[in-house]
Design a protein around this ligand. Structure first.
Ligand SMILES: [Zn+2]
Length: 413
């Protein structure tokens, strides 16, 4: 088995769990269960077995001389009409690591985790399984969730033998494993590595997120009878603010430390062609890897929104939606990851992750790092998601070197 075999397995899983629209391994559903059953078969061929934890994650363990454990993670679940690499790349490369260590001396234990419901595609709660395992999941915040068809999360979980209330118990079970390092290979899902013509990158951490809804309130009025100077146009205030947010992101971005601001939603009232908008609501999603930059960018955005409101004679109210702290991966593991990437590909570009990953949850419990494989055209969460095979092979090989280096590091602890 080699990187090529990992790719072969990825293609086989995709063939079994995709249709013309793409991958359909949505967590807690029948296709996802089929994917896991296929994984069980593959694990069985290695002479190993998979066991579930209280949060619905599956663990494949290869015991070593010491119980100290290097954990390798990923997720088999996908979004509807998803791609073939987002998630399974981590799990199946982890399995290849186990195969390589199966027949040789192992100073430490290795474990592969297939985290449940990383995507949150059905119930809008990402990182569900890994947050159960890290202990950050608060059942109260998920108990009310329903999918588009009105099915409750708790019932979908029960169908899979999982009790939401008991999911956080997975933390104790994980800590009992004596976990010392967490490694994850994932596709970048963005265009940065491809634009640099690099097959693999070292992930230094994940962006924190500040998410708000801003409601601008002016006065609806007739579009023909109201002179421009006498309008209180809520949309124009929102538009002025949105342009200012772009400048804020530019101002706080450096080549090493990116920062992004996105206005992804806009709704105007009354929303007819003959009326000046009296109300305009926009979303603001701000992301940065440095906590101080995220905080400054938020303060700047408040100031800019107030200015835009004043300029247009309207008022603005902020509603907080969601936030998560930026996370920084372990400096020692980041170095090992860079060494491994450089050894195989000749380069070790460092970049933050814009999307969240299970590694962010695991980073709460143990030193963690991720490696990214480049994404063709930066596309993901769609059937076009791809990485050219030569680049994918290099990334897999580089990651397996990272596993070797981490095993040596943990053995020496
Ligand atoms: Zn993923």
């Amino acid at each position: 088995m080699s990187a090529r075999d990992v790719i072969h397995n990825l293609r086989e899983l995709a063939a079994r769990t995709s249709n013309a629209g793409g991958a359909q391994r949505v967590a807690w559903g029948p296709v996802w269960r089929e994917a896991r059953a296929w994984l069980d078969g593959t694990v069985g061929e290695l002479g190993l077995g998979a066991a579930a934890d209280a949060a619905g994650n599956r663990w494949i363990t290869l015991p070593g001389d010491s119980p100290r454990t290097v954990v390798i993670g990923g997720h088999l679940d996908s979004v509807p009409n998803g791609g073939w690499l987002d998630g399974p790349l981590g799990v199946l490369t982890g399995l290849e690591a186990l195969r390589r260590y199966r027949d040789k001396p192992r100073p430490v234990t290795l474990a592969v985790a297939d985290f449940a419901d990383e995507e949150g595609a059905r119930f809008s709660r990402s990182l569900l399984g890994s947050s159960g395992a890290s202990g950050s999941l608060i059942p109260d915040t998920a108990r009310h969730l329903v999918d588009r068809d009105g099915v409750r999360l708790v019932d979908a979980l029960a169908e899979n033998g999982i009790d939401l209330e008991r999911m956080p118990e997975a933390r104790e079970a994980l800590l009992a494993r004596d976990p010392r390092a967490y490694l994850e290979l994932h596709i970048e899902q963005g265009p940065v590595l491809e634009s640099m013509d690099k097959p693999a990158g070292v992930v230094i951490g994940a962006y924190g997120v500040e998410r708000h809804v801003l409601r601008f309130t002016g006065q609806a009025a007739h579009s023909g009878s109201t002179p421009i100077a006498m309008r209180r146009d809520a949309f124009l205030a929102a538009a002025e603010a949105a342009l200012a947010f772009r400048e804020i992101a530019r101002r706080h971005s450096t080549p090493e430390v990116g920062m992004v601001c996105t206005v992804g939603q806009v709704a105007v009232e009354p929303g007819i062609v003959t009326a000046v908008p009296g109300v305009c609501e926009i979303s603001l999603d701000q992301r940065a890897i440095a906590p101080d930059i995220l905080a400054r960018a938020l303060a700047d955005a408040r100031e800019a929104a107030n200015r835009a409101a004043r300029n247009n004679g309207v008022s603005v109210e902020w509603r907080h939606v969601w936030r998560i702290e930026p996370s920084r991966f372990d400096p020692r593991l980041v170095e090992l990851c860079a060494e491994a990437a450089r050894e195989v590909t000749g380069h070790a570009p460092r970049l933050p992750s814009g999307p969240l990953h299970d590694a962010v949850e695991m980073n709460r419990l143990m030193p963690a790092v991720m490696m990214f494989a480049s994404s063709s055209r930066g596309l993901s969460h769609c059937r076009e998601e791809d990485t050219p095979e030569p680049q994918l092979e290099q990334a897999i090989e580089a990651f397996l070197r990272l596993v070797d280096r981490t095993v040596a590091l943990v053995a020496a602890e």
